[in-house]
Design a protein. Sequence first.
Length: 175
Amino acid sequence: MSKSYKEIMNDITTFIFDVDGVLTDGTVHVSQTGEMLREMNIRDGFAMKAAVESNYHVCIISGGSNEGVRIRLRNLGIKDIYLGSPDKVETFKEYCSINNIKPEQVLYMGDDIPDYHVMKLVGLPTCPQDASPEIKEISNYISHKNGGKGAVRDVIEQVMKVQDKWNTYFNGKHD
């Protein structure tokens, strides 16, 4: 009998997120100069910062390479940011090796085909509500929130609550 996603959450030490369609709603606004602008959810950012400050590994692996995204994520305390990653599986394996992380300790949230193969390798594959059908099919947990609209906050908060770290985080430093 396989474990429920809540049981798997007990073993999670690492969050890995895609950017477009997960941290954003997948929409790109193109300015007159050709700059591509994305929107990110403040609550997702708050949860990622809480995870970093609670000593979880937080990593971003994206095929896109927007420096504004990198700046935003660095400001949240995220150090492991792989933008413009041509092979997410290779990046994932390298990241886990460098940080001595077992794949079963990883929650990965992706939304589309480029995330498929890496999601097959992790302990807890998850996705936003509006992910592609192929990604939903392999996800152990599908958030009730869409990409860029709180899906990241949803999974981080759930893991931290299962591990009794959500309330500890707020009671310890953020009264």
